[in-house]
Design a protein around this ligand. Structure first.
Ligand code: PRX
Length: 652
């Protein structure tokens, strides 16, 4: 990646601004104290925080249980409830404080206080109970990015049902597979969502998914958002507003064991089948709660805006659970960053008084391209902290963020973490850590990272490169893969004989102990901060009648980080000219239908066959070079048909 050489030459260092340090929750000394305490007694450190920071119905006496490692348990004999932590405990002091500020793409706004949010969550929780949903049931949420998505999550948590959110950009086919894998009992959706002035047909996709599977689904709850006409099956579908109309605004939380799963979230891996990452209640909440304080320095007067959709882990931890458990005010915006124009994000920051802004490098790069005149139009003086997540941020985008949005003084927290880690793992602490553009700096207190080589040995020295691993269990770690514990062990632990959690990223650690994430080491792409498995896209392509074989690789992309590049062989003659053009269009649409628009290949090339080694493995490294347009240096003499290289390059 061209990124790599540029980040490794990056030598700039930005110490935390003095006026920020003066008011920060953590300065360098208090951070050092936390790290030292965690170093001395990692599980005791977390236990102390869990007792002090979370509300427990039954206090725990057990802390870390590693007797079934690598399946770890935390605080197992304690009982708590995530929704009670996020809502009930704020009612006294913060009942009238705004919990959610909402703005729709068309300019509609609405606020919910903690008391109002609590009442809405209770009404829906009671409604779900009236439909027979009980503790342990799976509920799929397929919603637009509106406060009701958060209400749905909280309502599930309140009654001990596991939510499994499917991002609204995924297609009916992807939705069906996730519903079936989780054997979900109920779907919560909306008639439609808004994006780019268009209605996203969510209910229609649910109907389509349910017509081709999903036998476990008993009811579909439909929130009215877009207001357009949708098909309605009276025996199965229930309008949200009708369901909650007669429900009480109080609902006792179901006190669950700390290890009771709070949610599943499907994510891509190295195989064609997405995995249901299973998170716990107590440990997950502790990670979400503490990182809001350490990384985002959250305060009572903040307006916190994490732009991620609730369909991704970032939306779970930093739209819903982390901020609400701290009693913070969040902003939710449903819509595109460029509607009606490229100033929309900055206008929202101004109008809504946003103080902390957390987004993805792909958004920063896209907004950077649109020009400085857009942020210049708005008063961004309330902003006090900026964040980045989801992919490596290139120093150029970091510097733009720092200079144009951050007025050359706001701290930037580049947060490294994953769906699996539940909460931020490595990040600057804004009042304590000097930042370097492109580095997520160092692990947070209680998180122990290392760099290891192929053999799993720690790479010593001041300039280390290798696999990123986490050497100690932490409370917000995933517990397993839903229905497939063996895959959990194989994917995250087996590579180094269960000694470490293997993140799947490669990293470099510099002389100051700062980490620089280089990207995935497995067949996972990161397109606009969205994780996609190459195998998933390949199986979608192969499910088309014309396709015999497909190989998908990533190609560096200026805005998206990576783009999808597919090499395809066809049944019958290799298509050329107009026929090829038409088939490319068809295949892109096909992938959109199978997975979702986000997975559509940017480029598709046809060849008579794919380059393979003697053992039949596709030579992905060669394909990556071809996709990048690089000179081919690999030995291609062993290929069945060396002539195909020219075809792959689009030259024959
Ligand atoms: O490769 C890393 C990249 O995103 C992957 C995790 O993707 P996902 O589970 O979808 O979660 C994204 C949001 C937490 C990681 O394995 N990644 C995430 N954050 C960063 C990053 N790469 C570099 N720098 C980051 N700050």
């Amino acid at each position: 990646m061209s990124n790599i050489s540029s980040v490794l030459e990056e030598k700039r260092l930005f110490p935390p601004a003095a006026d920020f340090v003066g008011n920060a929750r953590l300065d360098a000394d208090s951070l050092a104290e936390l790290k030292a305490a965690a170093q001395k007694d990692p599980s005791g450190f977390w236990a102390g925080l869990a007792r002090r920071e979370l509300a427990w119905q039954t206090p725990f006496t057990q802390v870390l249980d590693d007797s079934r490692a690598p399946n770890y348990a935390w605080f197992a004999d304690g009982r708590t409830n995530a929704s009670a932590n996020c809502l009930d405990r704020h009612l006294g002091e913060r009942g009238d404080k705004v919990a959610i500020r909402f703005e729709g793409e068309q300019g509609d706004t609405r606020n919910w206080t903690y008391r109002e949010l609590h009442a809405e969550v209770c009404r829906l929780a009671n409604g779900l109970k009236s439909l027979g949903v009980t503790k342990g049931d799976r509920v799929v949420i397929y919603m637009p990015h509106t406060p009701e998505a958060v209400i749905a999550m909280q309502a599930c948590a309140r009654i001990g049902a596991l939510h499994s959110i499917v991002f609204g950009g995924f297609s009916a086919g992807a939705l069906r597979d996730r519903i079936d894998d989780a054997s979900a009992r109920l779907v919560i959706t909306a008639d439609g969502g808004w994006r780019g002035g268009n209605i996203i047909e969510l209910k229609k996709a649910v109907d389509e998914a349910l017509s081709s599977g999903c036998k476990s689904i008993e009811k579909v709850v439909v929130f009215r958002r877009s207001g357009h006409e949708v098909a309605f099956d009276d025996s199965r579908d229930v309008w949200w507003h009708e369901l909650v109309a007669t429900q009480a605004t109080a609902c006792d939380p179901e006190w669950v064991e700390a290890e009771h799963p709070l949610f599943l979230l499907y994510t891509s891996g190295s195989t064609g089948k997405p995995k249901g990452i299973q998170h716990s209640t107590g440990g997950y909440l502790l990670g979400a709660h503490m990182t809001m304080q350490w990384v985002f320095d959250i305060r009572d007067d903040d307006v916190f805006w994490c732009t991620a959709d609730v369909g991704w882990i970032t939306g779970h931890t930093y739209v819903c659970y982390g901020p609400l458990s701290n009693g913070a005010t969040i902003l939710i915006y449903e819509g595109a960053p460029t509607v009606p124009d490229a100033g929309r994000f900055w206008k929202i920051c101004q109008d809504q008084g946003v103080t902390i802004f957390y987004t993805a490098p792909t958004a920063i790069r896209a907004l950077m391209k649109l020009g400085e005149q857009w942020p210049a139009k708005y008063d961004l003086s309330k902003l006090r902290l900026l964040g980045s997540v989801g992919e490596p941020i290139n120093p150029e985008a970091w510097m733009w963020y720092h200079r144009v949005i951050g007025r050359e003084k706001l701290p930037i927290v580049d947060t490294w973490w994953q769906t699996e880690t539940g909460a931020v793992m490595m990040s600057p602490v804004p009042g304590a850590t000097a930042t370097k553009p492109g580095s997520c700096t160092q692990p947070l207190p209680g998180i122990f990272a290392e760099v290891v080589d192929e053999a799993g040995e720690r790479v010593q020295g001041t300039e280390a490169g290798g696999y990123l691993v986490i050497t100690q269990p932490w409370p917000s770690m995933l517990r397993t893969i839903w229905g497939d514990n063996e895959r959990y062990i194989q994917t995250y632990w087996a590579q180094f004989k269960n000694r470490y959690y293997v993140a799947g990223d490669s990293t470099h650690r510099d002389a100051d102990g700062y980490y620089w994430i280089m990207g995935r080491v497995d067949d996972v792409l990161n397109v606009s901060g969205h994780r996609l498995g190459t195998m998933e896209i390949e199986s979608a392509l192969v499910s088309h009648a014309r396709v015999a074989e497909a190989a998908v690789v990533g190609r560096p992309h200026e805005v998206k980080g990576e783009s999808v590049f597919a090499f395809v062989t066809c049944n019958g003659e290799r298509p050329q000219g107009d026929e090829a053009e038409a088939l490319i269009k068809e295949l892109r649409a096909h992938v959109g239908k199978e997975i979702g628009a986000l997975a559509k290949p940017d480029e598709i090339r046809f060849a008579d066959n794919l380059p393979k080694t003697r053992s039949g493995k596709i030579m992905r490294r060669l394909l990556r070079s071809v996709a990048k347009g690089e000179q081919i240096t690999q030995d291609v003499s062993t290929l069945e048909n060396p002539g195909i290289v020219a075809q792959l390059q689009g030259k024959a």
